[in-house]
Each structure stands twice: as structure tokens, then as C-alpha cells.
Write a protein that binds this ligand. Sequence first.
Ligand code: PLP
Length: 392
Amino acid sequence: MSNNKNLSFESKCVHAGIGEYEFGPVVPPIYQTSTFKFENVEQGGKLFKGEASGYIYTRIGNPTIEAMENAVAELEGGYKALGCASGMAAIHTTFVTLLKNGDHAIVSKSVYGPTATLAKDVLSKFGIEVSFAETSDLEEVRSMMKSNTKVIYVETPGNPTLSTTDLKAVSEIAHQNGAKLVVDNTFMSPALQRPLEFGADVVVHSMTKFLNGHADVVAGIIVTKDEQSYKEHRKMLNQIGGTIDPFNSFLVHRGLKTLSIRMKKHSENAMKIAEYLENHPKVKWVRYPGLKSFPFYELAQKQQNGAGGMISFELKGGLSAGIKMMNSVKLAQLAVSLGGVETLIQHPATMTHASMGKEARQSAGITDGLVRLSVGIENVDELIADLEQSMS
Ligand SMILES: *Cc1c(COP(=O)(O)O)cnc(C)c1O
């Protein structure tokens, strides 16, 4: 993997993580096995002591999984990565690796619904205190820091409001106080944003979304920046057990090859759709990082290599108009999830962010009428025609 160092991101997408395998296949074989034979008792013992390299058991390590992990780590500019059974498994593993009883964490208000619920209802069971901050407001983050704050957890752009946090500034706040910055980079993917370059300590992803990109896998990943962090997370993941399997790793690795071109097309289509919506008489407001009217436009230009595929907007007719629209789309599909090649539309208040509760939603700016669009790679004129018919 190190011989890819000087390659462009586009070329890395195609070649990252691919090693040498028996018979010379150009992609890693699927080692669909739970366990690996030892040559003898002595070699097995050495493997367990870490004195020999090789594989023991797929929860601990597997060549197909490692190939995909190496690819994502390389694309994010990290040390090594750990594939997980889902994005939530990755987020859970990171929280419990970095936090213990008596610690405090600050979490972005605008996060994926189940992440908020995990932080609020699960971590609190184990004596971990959580505060939700509008992390785009650095003063608010600073004012919430305590002597026992060990983690700042940021999603940027946040789900679904696209609220954007200055990663460099927030990493400085974390590090001045001895805390770690964890960034959920699902919405951008390393094609459009690489948080480790801005000082983040750990990057997590739902690979279910843009990294795999084809809506046929549920998976997550933790990208670490150094050996110590990798070892700590790896140990925890092994005990918790939320590991990915070889077949899903294979599919994600295949998806990565087109990540660069997919993200360009998602961004290009979404820009045209955002402009179309902004000029539509029935639309109350549109939020998209590529629009000049976006409240964090300057920061997005600085920190991201593109605006991505996610748009949120509200119709003038509010919730009832939004429901009518979502029930009338034909090419776009009414479904949760995002980041696939197909365009998806959904309603956060009753779907992805229902579990947060109304109060937390309002405080995060998730209005009842907010509609979230994950723009796919279809022909953009056909997508616009579909939105047009669904609003008339
Ligand atoms: C989907 C999503 C998650 C959770 O990932 P799963 O793979 O569904 O467990 C976490 N964060 C963000 C931003 C997401 O969109």
C-alpha cells in the first residue's frame, strides 16, 4: 500500500489496499472462512503472542477485511482502520474505547439520530456524561469543556441540517484540554474531506453510505491515526465483537474503486438540484454547502473538496406539502439511508430522527417540514423533472 503514496486520490481509489494473492487475482479473494489452520502448536502459540504474522480467527483478522481496511485508511490518510458490522458499531466501539465511567463527552447537536440516542441513553447507563453542543459555534463548544471532557464528537456537515463545524478550530479546543476529536465523515467521504488532516484523532464512517455507495451493504469503519490508537480500538472491537464479515468487506472494497467519480457526480447533480430548488416558488428554504446562501459556505469551501450529495429543504406548504411531494416522486425513492447511486428522499422528523424526540430535534434545527434528499448519479434533468412533477 505504501507504494501508492505519490498517486492522486483518483488512482488510490482504484489501487488502495490491494495486495498479492495466490494465482495473481487483481482483486482480493473473498476468504469466507471463520478460522485459519495453524501449521503446528508452536506456530499457533506464536500467532497468539503476536510473534508471527498470519491469521487466527476472522473476528480478530481476515485478509479480505484487512485489504478493505487498508484501502480506507490510505484514502483517509490514517494509520490503519477497523471494519465494523455497521456505522453504529463503529461509533459505539470508538465511544467505549475513548471514554470511561466519570468522563464527559461533547457531541454535535446535529448528528445521525441513533448516534444522539446512543450518547444520551446508552453511555449514561455507564456513568458517562454527555452534553450536546452546536459545534459550528466554537464559543459554545469552549464553554462546555470541563476538566473531565475526554471526547468531542463532531459530524460535519451534520445530519440532516448540514450545519458545518470548523475541524481545525475544534481540534485545537479538544487538544488544549487533553480531549480527543472524533469525526463522523459519512456525509463527505475522504474524497471530499479528510478530517485527520485538520487534527482529528479518529474518523468513523457508516460505510453503508458513500464508501460502499451501492445500497447493498450495512457496514462501518474506524480510522485511527497512529499505532497506539489502532491497538486500543482493535482490542475493544475484538471484545465487543461488532466486526465486519469478509463478503461485505469485499463489496465495500469494490465500491471504493469508483468513490472519486461517484462523489464528483453526486456533487455536480446536487448543485444543479439545489439551484433548481432555490429558485422554485414553492420552496421556503434550501440548505446545500455549494450554494452561496449556505450559512457555512466559506468554511465548506475551505475544508471540503466539494459540496457532496446531501440537500435539505422545506416547502412553503410545510409538512403537509412535503408529505405530498414525498408520496409523489417516481424516479427518486422514498427510503432512509443515503450515499448510494440512486436518489433517495426522506422525512427526518418521522423517520431517521424520530428517536431523538421533538425537543432535541427543534434544538438542532430539524423542523417538522424538513425534507432530506440524497442525490444519486442519475441524469440530473430527469431528476429535476421528477421533483417538478412531484411538487405540482
Ligand atoms: C447511517 C449513518 C450512521 C449509522 O450507520 P449504520 O451503518 O446505519 O449503522 C452514522 N452516521 C451517519 C452520518 C449516518 O448517515
